[in-house]
Design a protein around this ligand. Structure first.
Ligand code: PHE
Length: 496
């Protein structure tokens, strides 16, 4: 009864009879499961070998117990046949037909007076009997009518139930053939050579089929999140700082930021120094002198670090370790041009000599914001940070005292992540020290509040990426359209 054979028999019949009126009857006559026949008809209809019309009607179907009766006789018949002419004890009879058949069959055979009790034996009362129950069940299987009384009895014995029956009536289709020919999907060298291409049927193209998803042309998640941050900064009136110099001198990256020359971050274990050109060409001489002085002996109410500041150390070129190097250049420039209140931001690449792991790369992106104005306080910093992160959807913030050589006070920023249900570190911040601002020439009383964070970290949280190497670097996997997993207002997505 495999589909191919059923199909062949079916097509042969359609051909000789011209029409199959009822797939159910056909299945029964050929002792083939009707479900299989329906599958075959559906498939043949699809290929237009046949045309089919759906039929449906309510009909009686046999329960599993009834199917068993059709095979082995009704329970009463099985009991009757198990009683030999010389009689049998009740216990022996029970053992012979089994508990289930016995309980139904014994009662019915007794009430039909097929058998009787002649203590201690059960004996036959008739020589032969007719198994009408089985006959009725066979009639139902054939889809034929039965009298309401019989139906009622079979129903009460839970042998039959009503079901919606579905089948087909079938005629020859426009492409009728006795055997289905599998349409070719390709013209092969083989069919060209053996000449069978001439009669070959070919599968048509399905222009409605959905194609494979396009793998390229998506914006990188870092770019999407960068765009979102940029929009927030611009919305808060910040100007973007020029960040197109990855190579920076130690002077602007460290010294201008009052970071002592012996600071461990200035070691080659943490920072990539350039071999060529190893030294910067020029530095602003008078400002350099003021930086040297503030490091060595202080000034501006500071006592400095009290060490011998070396110009050679400041001249060393490096790959900038933070975008605060850009901020120091910009603030110096602002002081030269004459101070005006400013809001600056940048989002660009920085480099650190770090061991690469799931959360660290040697190069990543920093987001940096600063406000330069008279009389700013720690309260202003905290207020601005609430505004900034609030626009990102982070409304619960905590601040933890921290240390940076160039800020005092300094605070690490933690945000409560509603989806992750925990506090996550989201940045670093502080007020730039007078030892940094005053040598630049900014007027006394001018303060700078500033903060920085990586672009990668919020992107990973937002897109549910837990290995940074999937996001950035040489191991980035094939393109896909990353969708934010959790962003409160969908701001990031609306960008593009
Ligand atoms: N430059 C700091 C860092 O790399 C971030 C920062 C910026 C801290 C501005 C305070 C003020 O982590």
């Amino acid at each position: 009864q495999d589909k191919e054979t059923v199909e062949e028999i079916f097509l042969a019949d359609v051909n000789s009879v011209g029409e199959i009126l009822d797939s159910g009857e056909w299945a029964l006559n050929h002792s083939i499961d009707h479900g299989v026949v329906c599958d075959v008809i559906k498939s043949l209809t699809g290929f237009e070998l046949v045309s089919s019309k759906e039929l449906s009607r309510e009909s009686w179907v046999l329960e599993p117990e009834a199917e068993d009766y059709v095979q082995h006789g009704s329970a009463e018949m099985q009991v009757f046949q198990a009683v030999p002419p010389e009689g049998i004890t009740l216990a022996e009879l029970k053992a012979k037909v089994g508990e289930k058949v016995f309980s139904v069959g014994h009662k019915n055979a007794m009430s039909r007076k097929w058998i009787q009790m002649q203590k201690p034996l059960i004996v036959r009362k008739l020589d032969s009997v007719e198994d009408s129950v089985r006959n009725h069940l066979v009639t139902i299987q054939e889809g034929k009518e039965l009298s309401p009384e019989v139906i009622k009895e079979l129903k009460s014995r839970k042998l039959i139930s009503r079901r919606l029956w579905k089948g087909y009536s079938v005629t020859k289709g426009p492409k009728f053939a006795l055997k289905r020919r599998k349409p070719a999907t390709d013209v092969t060298r083989e069919i060209l050579q053996n000449g069978s291409w001439k009669d070959q049927e070919y599968k048509e193209y399905n222009f409605d089929a959905l194609g494979l998803p396009v793998e390229g042309g998506y914006l990188h998640p870092l770019l999407k999140v960068r765009a979102a941050f940029k929009k927030i900064f611009l919305g808060m009136g910040f100007e973007e700082m020029p960040t197109n110099n990855f190579v920076e001198s130690s002077f602007w990256n460290f010294d201008a930021l009052f970071q002592p020359q012996a600071h461990p971050a200035r070691d080659s274990h943490d920072t990539f120094f350039l071999k060529t050109p190893a030294k910067t060409i020029e530095l602003p001489e008078d400002y350099l002198q003021r930086v040297k002085t503030v490091h060595e002996v202080g000034g501006y109410e500071s006592i400095g670090y009290g060490y011998n500041w070396k110009r050679e150390e400041a001249e060393k070129n490096l790959l900038r370790t933070h975008t605060t190097a850009v901020s120091s250049r910009m603030l110096y420039k602002l002081a030269q041009e004459g101070f005006r209140p400013k809001r600056y931001f940048s989002i660009d690449r920085v480099f650190r000599n770090e061991a690469v792991d799931r959360t660290h790369l040697c190069e990543f992106h920093q987001i940096e914001g600063l406000i330069c104005d008279r009389g700013l306080t720690l309260g202003d910093l905290i207020g601005v940070l609430y505004e900034f992160f609030g626009r990102l959807g982070m409304t619960k913030l905590r601040f933890k005292p921290a240390y940076n050589p160039y800020t005092e006070p300094s605070a690490e920023i933690f945000g409560y992540h509603e989806q992750l249900k925990k506090w996550v570190e989201i940045g670093n911040s502080g007020m730039f020290r007078p030892e940094m601002l005053l040598p630049m020439g900014l007027p006394p009383g001018v303060n700078v509040i500033a903060w920085g964070l990586s672009l990668e970290r919020p992107t990973m949280i937002l897109y549910g990426i837990d290995n940074i190497r999937e996001l950035f670097g040489h191991k980035v996997a094939g393109c896909r359209d990353y969708q934010p997993k959790c962003h409160p207002d969908g701001e990031v997505d609306k960008q593009h």
